[in-house]
Design a protein. Structure first.
Length: 289
């Protein structure tokens, strides 16, 4: 096949009511237009009756036009009642990172961004502390210090939203940002804001969760990445991981293990989101790895 380069590929995402013939019709549509499928994943959920499909393709001809594709695909989408979008895979989403004092997740995201492991633009870093400013400077990323307290929280969030809007952020990442976002801000960022937090059995809230876990003799250290909603830490889950812990670990050992797990899980969630691999399925997610 005389194709254009792989980095000029496109991603078609769609969801609709599940039905026989969906996959074959979409595949035939792509084939008839000489659009070479390089990756495909689909799932029909019997519990919700919904169908989810993600397909990545490369046009055989340089004459491919997104506008022509959209106008020709629209009757198909209308026939099946699809919610759909077409993404240019080479376009890097703009990401804003919120952080407090802990820099392990921020540092990991910056490294993966610098090495190309994450196909994103980190457009800004916002923090309620000055602690991580040196990291932003080292990576040449604009750093916004926005202090937050009980008296200025509405103004601080308005300032953060201004930055997010100014850089046209596609995604906001809470990389251990230790302030609870207001319900209003959560709603404004719905579907494009990811948070990371520790997850234990049982769950420990408040200060020093790893020390609480140590005191209870926890045998698993874990982390959960999820979308942010007004329901604190109860948004749709994207990615999780656990690591074994035993009696030999100190509280500091557990905290170190937790930091590694948090960084890894958050990076995976950002990658999944920015590659268009996550679909909302009522209060859950469908994730094509």
């Amino acid at each position: 096949m005389n194709s254009i380069p792989d980095n000029d590929s496109f991603i078609l995402r769609l969801s609709c009511k599940d039905s026989i013939g969906l996959v074959s019709e979409v595949a035939r549509f792509l084939s008839d237009r000489r659009l070479f499928i390089t990756e495909s994943a689909n799932f029909g959920d019997p519990a919700t009756g919904l169908f989810f499909y993600r397909v990545k393709f490369i046009p055989e001809s340089n004459a491919f036009s997104r506008s022509n594709f959209s106008s020709e695909f629209e009757p198909v989408a209308k026939k099946w009642g699809m919610d759909w979008e077409l993404r240019d895979a080479k376009v890097k989403p703009n990401v804003v990172i919120l952080v407090s004092k802990g820099d392990h997740c921020l540092n990991d995201l910056l490294y993966r961004h610098r090495t190309g492991a994450l196909n994103i633009n980190i457009s800004a870093i916002i923090s309620n502390h000055l602690t991580c400013g040196w990291l932003a400077e080292r990576h040449d990323v604009p750093y916004y210090h926005v202090p937050v307290n009980k008296d200025n929280k509405p103004q601080a969030e308005e300032r953060m939203l201004d930055v997010i809007e100014d850089v046209k952020a596609d995604l906001v990442v809470l990389a251990r940002y230790m302030q609870v976002l207001s319900d209003d801000m959560c709603r404004k960022l719905e579907g494009r804001c990811i948070n990371i937090h520790h997850s234990f059995l049982p769950s420990f809230k408040g200060a020093k969760p790893y020390h609480q876990a140590f005191d209870r003799g926890v045998k698993l250290v874990g982390a959960t990445a999820h979308y942010v909603t007004p329901d604190l830490d109860e948004g749709p889950i994207i990615s999780q991981a656990v690591e074994p812990a035993d009696h030999r670990l100190t509280a500091e050992d557990m905290a170190a293990l937790g930091r590694d797990t948090e960084a890894r899980v958050l990076a995976r969630a950002v990658k999944l989101h920015t590659e268009g691999r996550i679909f909302s399925n009522q209060n859950k997610t469908v994730v094509f790895g």
